[in-house]
Every structure is written in C-alpha cells, then in structure tokens.
Design a protein around this ligand. Structure first.
Ligand code: VG1
Ligand code: CO
Length: 570
C-alpha cells in the first residue's frame, strides 16, 4: 500500500470528431494514438463515461492487449484513468497480454462489467502500423451498436477527463497491487493474472483433452503445424497445444509476441500466412492453423496445404459439433452467420432442423442471439468461428473443434471436407478486397450501385457470361432486425448490397469497417452452389469467374478506382 494517497486530476481537453468505433472498436494509425495530444485519453474517457455511474463505481474491468507496439503505454493510461473514474478493480493479463477470446472468457468468469482490448486485430502493428481499442461489455462480447453510439456521442462533446498520473503498476508481477487514492474510501486494486490459465481451464471443460492428446501423441500421431503469426497466440499455443496436449515443440512457430508482428500482416489467410502455406505443402503435417494478432480468428489447412475456406470450415464444424463433449451435453439450439458468409451453413441448419440467423458483419450481433438461448454456434467468412462458451470468435477453440472432429472420425481434413460436400453440396466461395481506395470513390460506387440494383428493372435481369446465364432473383440493401430487442440495423455503410440469382448464387458488396481510417476497402464476395459431387474439384476462380465478371461490370469498380484488380483474393 502506498503511504500517501494518490491524487486524482481532472484535465481539460477538446473533443475529436472521428472517434466512432468501426466493425469492432476504434482503429487508427498508431501515430494518431501515440502523438495526437489526448487522443487516447479522450477515447478512454468516452468508453468509461459510457458506463452508467452507478454501475461504474467499484466495478471490475478486464484489460488485455495483443502485444502490439504502444500497448504498454496505453495500458498504463487505462489503469490511471480507470482508477480516477471510480473503477474498483482491474484484472490485467501478465505483461498486459490477453487474447480477445481470453478477455471474453475472463469477463464472464469473474462477472466483470466489461473489458478493454488493445488490438487492431488483423491490421499491421508497429509505429508505422495500426493501433486499436475494442470495448467488450458484461456478456463478454463486443459493444453492441447502442453502446458504440453512446461512446461516440460522449467523445464528440468531451471537455475533460480524469486521471491519476502518479499511479504506476508493474505488469510483470503476478498478483494483487493495491493503491490508496485521494478522496476515495476503498483502495483501487489491480490484479495481474496469468494470460492463459483461466482460458485453459474453460477449454478443459469443453473438450476431451485425453482424446486430443492421443491424436497428437499416439502411435498414429497427427503432425500439426500452428503459426501464431508473432501475435498474442504464442503463449496459448505453447501452453495448451504443446504442454497440455502433447504436440511436439516444433509444431508451434512464430510463438513470441512481437510489437510489430515481425513486420508481417497478422492476418490468417493464404496471402499473409505464406510460411505456413509453404510448410504445409511439403506434406509432412496433416493439420495446419494460423491466427490473427488477437487470436479470435484462424485459418485451417489440411495435408499438402489443402485450404479450408472459412465458410466451409464453419459449415463442417456445425455438422460435426457432436464430436465435442460440450455440445453433447448442452445440445444445439441454432446457428448464425454474417450476411456475406456463404450459405453452406444454412444447408447444415436445414439438415439438422435448427434455426439459422443471418446478421450484419461483426461479432456484436451474435451476442443477443446467444444470450437469449437462440444460437449455440456462429461464424463469419473472415476466418472467425465461435460458440456460446464465450461471446467472441475463438481461434484456438476452433482448432480444438477441428482436432476433436479428426480424433472422432479418424479422417484427415480434406476427407472430412469432401465428405461434407458430397452430402450437402459445395458452395464455391471467394472474396475480393480492394484496399486503400479513395473514400469518395468508394462512397459513390456504393451509392450508384445501390441505385442500379434496387431499380425494379434490375430484378429478372439476365446476365450471359460465356455459356452461363444468371437471372437475378432478388436484391437487397441488407437490413437486420434483432429478434431479441427489435433494434434495426439499416443502411450500415459496412453491411450492404446483396444480389441473389435464381440458381442461389450470390454477389455481395460492402465497405470494410475495420480499417485505420486511411483509404477505404471495398469487399466483393461471390458464391455459387454445386450439388453434383463430380464437379466438386474445380478451381474456385474458374467456377466463380462469370459471377465476378458480372460484379465488376455492374459496379464498374476498376474504372472508378483506377485499379486493375483486387489487392487480396481469399
Ligand atoms: C472485418 C471482418 C469481419 C470481422 C471484423 C473484426 O471487418 O470482415 O467479419 O468481424 O473484421 O474482426 P470489415 O468491416 O473490415 O470487413 V477482428 O478479428 O478485428 O475482431
Ligand atoms: Co481479431
């Protein structure tokens, strides 16, 4: 305990007009948070002020980071401001490190009022990279729109913030640290917890660790390659997959969290997880996975680099959830996916006779469905899958689901996926990203495209590309009405235009909401369904070529953006 009480200061500031959180939190170039005076403090004050004063006094919050550059400095400010704003206790990961799913798990476990996660997820890190702040609420999930709006409203008129600049904690020392504050009766408490332990204990209650361990160590050992991409997942992979589940040490690579992720994009897809793709192609490993920086997403690969499209991964996991003890115990209520995610999951839902919900992009929409018992399992095309065990997508949990399926079915990844297609058909699927587009060009593109596709004349229109003819069945400016609280998400910039053709092919256009505010990313998604197992081994780009040609033509995207093609294809 400190001898002299620590002073609480009120600091004058001026508001910023660009602190509206995006798809998941506020993301900007690191330099904005680091160098723009009070930028970080204003946002943290807005987050704290968004919590009702009565709930805030004496409450507990969780704080963690994916280890990216500027996280330590930001954590210190959050601690100082939390103390000054009446928070009673902060639970922080060792050295500040906690994955996004671990934060969600801890919030629920200790009944905290919420948590702050310092991450820009898949965006690059470092002084020249991106920084971000996610705020998760009491159910453990990302702030819903109502909370994001409140934060934004506060940020626009903020005139002062409260801080204890003399309060310093030691992030490397596990255990409790108490501080006496001026004019406060109760000491402010910080608890530094092991980054992995609480999350690991939760996983023990979900999976059959014995069965997974036999798979990874037994006579017919499955050799795995797991790439933590120099992000937060390193300690989790080592402790859980290697120490607990017996995978040999060389199964885990890039497991030391680096402030700049080694200069790589911590984005688990075939373009950025190149070294994993390469080592899988050698054929030595039967299973591969890579995570994003904060560990909520993962890419799954089979032997020889067989790529499991995330929408397929979602559908295959859904169809095989009975391989996981947790679901055998609690049962399966319903499934949910974001609108751009392929409809492969819908076919599983139909076959299993469970409800299927379609939400806008972003995990925050799944929370209400899960809290109200409507949904057990959900996911997105962007490599995120999760269940009601927490309220976040969960990368390592997804890996353990896959390993459980392999252990029970005694088949390889590719065999499991092909078998799934043979039963329910294959949804060919791909995503085109045009990154760093001029925001005005992107805005006008979407506006004009909306006018084109919502025009009556567009319905029933036929597009002939080569020998294929696609007839428009329906178009939609996607709107979501939350079945629990009735809230409406309409005309969201980042969840938009959908075209469905009579053969159930789909094209989706939307703007990304997770960038750092420099340039806009346009995403185009194309999907087509193939029932005939004889036609399940075709090249995705060939199958989807005609649909993509239609998408490019009606949006005029290359002409409008001056691009010749997408930056990334997934
Ligand atoms: C992207 C993904 C979306 C995901 C979001 C946050 O958003 O497409 O599916 O929920 O990132 O992921 P956008 O708006 O750029 O398409 V994470 O791992 O940052 O929490
Ligand atoms: Co993430």
């Amino acid at each position: 305990m400190e001898t002299n009480p620590i002073p609480v200061l009120t600091v004058q500031t001026t508001p910023f007009d660009d602190q509206r959180p995006g798809t998941n939190g506020l993301r900007k170039k690191t330099a904005v948070f680091e160098s723009k005076k009070n930028y970080l403090q204003n946002y943290i004050q807005s987050v704290l002020s968004s919590i009702d004063l009565r709930d805030r006094q004496g409450c507990t919050m969780v704080v963690g980071s994916d280890g990216r550059y500027f996280s330590r400095a930001a954590t210190e400010v959050i601690v100082q401001m939390s103390a000054a704003n009446g928070i009673g206790r902060l639970v922080i990961g060792h050295n500040g490190i906690l994955s996004t799913p671990a934060v969600s798990c801890i919030i629920r476990k200790i009944k905290a009022i919420g948590g702050i996660i310092l991450t820009a997820s898949h965006n690059p890190g470092g002084p020249a990279g991106d920084f971000g702040i996610k705020f998760n609420v009491a159910n453990g999930g990302p702030s819903p729109d109502t909370v994001m709006d409140r934060i934004y409203q506060v940020s626009r008129t903020l005139e002062e913030y409260a801080i204890c600049p003399d309060l310093h904690i030691d992030l490397s020392r596990l255990g409790r640290q108490d501080f006496d504050l001026e004019n406060k009766f109760k000491p402010f408490r910080v608890e530094i917890v092991d980054s992995v332990e609480i999350y690991l204990n939760m996983l023990r209650g979900i999976f059959d660790f014995g069965a997974i361990k036999s798979l990874l160590t037994g006579p017919e050992q499955l050799k795995i390659r797991i790439d933590a991409m120099n992000g937060v997942m390193g300690p989790y992979v080592r402790r859980i997959l290697c120490d607990e589940l017996g995978a040999p040490a060389n199964s885990a690579v890039n497991c030391v969290p680096l402030e700049d992720f080694g200069g790589q994009y911590p984005n688990p897809n075939p373009t950025f997880a190149v070294s994993l793709m390469d080592s899988m192609k050698g054929g030595e490993f039967g299973f591969g996975a890579a995570f994003d920086a904060d560990g909520d997403r993962c890419m799954i690969l089979g032997q020889n680099g067989f790529f499991v499209n995330p929408s397929d991964s979602l559908a295959v996991m859904a169809a095989n959830l009975s391989c996981v003890p947790y679901f055998r115990q609690v049962g399966i209520r319903g499934f949910a996916r974001s609108m751009p995610t392929s409809t492969a999951l819908d076919r599983v839902a139909k076959a299993m006779k469970v409800a299927l919900y379609e939400t806008p992009a972003g995990w925050r929409f799944f929370g209400n469905l899960m809290d109200s018992g409507r949904c057990s399992f959900c996911g997105e095309e962007s490599f995120g899958t999760g269940s009601d065990h927490i309220r976040e997508k969960d990368g390592l949990w997804s890996v353990l689901v896959w390993l459980s399926i392999i252990a029970v079915r005694k088949q390889g990844v590719e065999e499991i996926v092909r078998d799934h297609w043979a039963k329910l058909g294959r949804n060919y699927y791909c995503r085109f990203d045009y990154e760093g587009v001029d925001p005005r060009a992107a805005y006008y593109l979407m506006r004009d495209l909306e006018a084109v596709i919502t025009d009556k004349a567009f319905t029933n229109q036929k597009f002939a590309v080569g020998s294929n003819v696609y007839s428009v069945e329906k178009t939609d400016n996607f709107e979501y009405i939350d079945p629990v609280d009735g809230s409406v998400s309409r005309n969201q910039v980042s969840s938009r235009l959908l075209i469905i053709f009579t053969d159930s092919s789909r094209i989706v256009f939307r703007l990304s909401g997770s960038g750092a505010g420099v340039g806009t990313t346009i995403r185009i998604y194309a999907e087509s369904y193939e029932r005939d197992p004889e036609r399940h081994s075709r090249e995705t780009q060939v199958v989807l070529g005609p649909l993509i040609a239609i998408a490019l033509k009606i949006s005029d995207i290359h002409e409008r953006t001056g691009r010749r093609g997408p930056t990334v294809i997934t």
